[in-house]
Every structure is written in structure tokens, then in C-alpha cells.
Design a binder for this molecule. Structure first.
Ligand code: AMP
Length: 302
């Protein structure tokens, strides 16, 4: 049913085909029913979970889904359960109209933007906790964060029943945690991780960058610069993680408003920290620039 509604174009007065907005669904039951119809037609479905305030990083995931699937569903939902009470849930940017315009340009098929009350009706008590890789790094600094992420992502997987779900390397640990959830709970979905999209000055795109003042935005360059340094050292043969951390710290400390939450060199799958660097590694960092907490990472394959 939905296919025809979505795909029928119309012509404007110049005879050119007008761009069609993606079909907006807010009701979880309607989303599920539309997915039933699409699956019955044998469509390959791609899901891109987001919290909205879309930028090119999110769009790169939707474009990957467009290229690899028949139908692309982008979820646009600021998930309250992954924010701690002292975090930025209330001030997190909500820009659904602008998001729909961006997704029109890349011809996404559906936007699923439910209300918090529809996702978490009164009496909701479930919680998905995967343990292991969810307890370190972001999990240590934000102890309830990954439970909230896993709970909402599993709900989205159950509603959208995608063949492939697209996540950004930007949130590297999140991908590890979601992959573990999918493996441990036999969720029938493939998890695809796509590269980090950066601004011209190397800063990773993030919805939270808009909290930064101009000066803080310039200072935020130290995150990627420190990762570039780590890559240069490790690819040059450095094996002692402490030496790499020192070099990263020196760069980050050139930014007066930057405070390091963690620097971490670990195994790309388990994230287990390596004192001696061997084989492929992921370098992860969380740095507060002023009041804004930024994360970044790079994979180093040798
Ligand atoms: P968010 O809306 O921040 O929850 O992000 C939704 C998805 O977009 C997650 O899978 C993120 O990892 C991904 N994402 C966010 N920023 C970027 C970026 N700069 N490059 C690639 N993917 C990103």
C-alpha cells in the first residue's frame, strides 16, 4: 500500500517532477503495518536510527541504505531513556521539518518520528542491558546510556523489521554494543557500520556541535588532530600506548577549554585496552570542550 503512495510523483507547472517528501509515520502500529505490507512485497528494508537534527553524517547512512536496499526508513526520535537526568535531553535540537527537507533531497522513503508517549506508554518497564562492552568508556561515564540505546534500538528493530540497520562509526562503541545485543538476542538484522563524516577542518559532524561557541568550535579540532597523531605514531611502529596517550594529551591540552574524559587504545571488537599495541586497534576519545562533551575515534588497521 505505502509503496504507491510514496513513489507516485507529481509534476509542477514547468513539467519537472517535484521532489516527494518521505512518508511521515508517527504511530508505531502504522509503521509496523506498513512494514508488513512492504515485507509481503519482498522489499529489502534499510533502517537508519537517528535522533534527528540531521547532518551529512546521518544522510551518508541514509544514502548507503538507498544504495543497498529497496526501501529506506529513517527514524527520527530523541530517545529520553538514553539521557541521564543531568544531561541535555530538554535542549537537544529538534528540527523535524528541516530533517524532512534533507531526507526529501536524498529520496528517503519513510520517516518514523513517534512521540515519547507512544514509545514509552504508561506502565512501560522493560530494559535491555547487554553488559560486557557496554560497561566501559561511554558506559562508565554514562552508566544508563547504553541500556536506553539498546531498549529503543530493539523496539525500532521490532517495529521496522529491517534487513539492514545502518550506524555510524562516529559512535563506535554503540556499534559494538548493538552488535552484541543482536548476537546475544538473535535479532534477525544485519548491522552495517559506515565511516565518520567530518567537516573540512577535520571535526566530526555531530548534532551537539551546535552547542559550541565559535571559539570552542575551533578548539574542537584537537580531537581529530590527536587521533591523526595517534595514527601517525602507531603506523610508524610505536607499540607503547602510554607514549601515544602522552602525544594525544599534548595536542588536546593546547585547547584551553578542553578536558579529557578518556583516551583509549583497544581491540576493535572487545574494546579491551592494550598496553602494548598489536594488530588492528581502535583509538577512542571523549573530550569536553567547555560544557559540550564530544566523542571521536579512528580505526587503525595494520
Ligand atoms: P544520532 O542522531 O547522534 O543518534 O546519530 C544517529 C546515527 O548517525 C548514529 O549511528 C551515529 O553514529 C551516526 N552519525 C552521527 N554523526 C555521524 C558522522 N559524523 N558520521 C557518520 N555517522 C554519524
Amino acid at each position: 500500500m505505502a509503496e504507491e503512495e510514496v513513489k507516485q510523483g507529481s509534476e509542477n507547472s514547468y513539467g519537472a517532477e517535484e521532489e516527494l517528501k518521505p512518508y511521515l509515520v508517527t504511530d508505531p502500529k502504522e509503521m509496523s503495518a506498513r512494514i508488513d505490507a512492504l515485507r509481503a512485497q519482498g522489499k529489502r528494508i534499510g533502517l537508519v536510527p537517528t535522533m534527528g537534527a540531521l547532518h551529512l553524517g546521518h544522510l551518508s547512512l541514509a544514502i548507503a541504505s538507498k544504495n543497498e536496499c529497496d526501501v529506506t526508513v529513517v527514524s527520527d526520535f530523541v530517545n529520553p531513556t538514553q539521557f541521564a537526568p543531568n544531561e541535555d535531553y530538554d535542549k537537544y535540537p529538534r528540527t523535524l521539518d528541516a530533517d524532512l527537507t534533507l531526507l526529501t533531497h536524498i529520496k528517503a522513503d519513510y520517516v518514523f518520528a513517534p512521540s515519547p508517549a507512544d514509545m514509552y506508554p504508561s506502565g512501560f518497564e522493560a530494559n535491555v542491558h547487554v553488559g560486557g562492552v557496554s560497561k566501559v568508556l561511554e558506559g562508565a561515564f554514562r552508566p544508563t546510556h547504553f541500556d536506553g540505546v539498546c531498549t529503543v534500538v530493539l523496539k525500532l528493530f521490532n517495529l521496522v523489521r529491517a534487513d539492514v540497520a545502518y550506524f555510524g562509526q562516529k559512535d563506535y562503541q554503540q556499534v559494538c554494543v548493538v552488535r552484541k545485543m543482536v548476537r546475544d538476542l538473535n535479532v534477525p538484522v544485519e548491522i552495517a557500520m559506515k565511516p565518520i563524516i567530518r567537516d573540512r577542518d577535520g571535526v566530526a559532524l555531530s548534532s551537539r556541535n551546535q552547542y559550541l561557541s565559535d571559539d570552542e568550535r575551533r578548539q574542537a579540532r584537537v580531537l581529530n588532530k590527536s587521533l591523526e597523531k595517534a595514527k601517525e605514531l602507531i603506523q610508524g611502529g610505536e607499540r607503547d600506548s602510554e607514549v601515544v596517550y602522552d602525544a594525544m594529551r599534548q595536542i588536546i591540552e593546547t585547547a584551553p577549554s578542553a578536558k579529557i574524559d578518556y583516551l583509549h587504545i583497544g581491540d576493535p571488537e572487545s574494546l579491551r585496552e592494550m598496553e602494548r599495541i598489536a594488530g588492528n586497534v581502535v583509538v577512542l576519545e571523549a573530550v569536553r570542550v567547555g560544557a559540550t562533551r564530544l566523542i571521536d575515534n579512528c580505526l587503525i588497521e595494520r
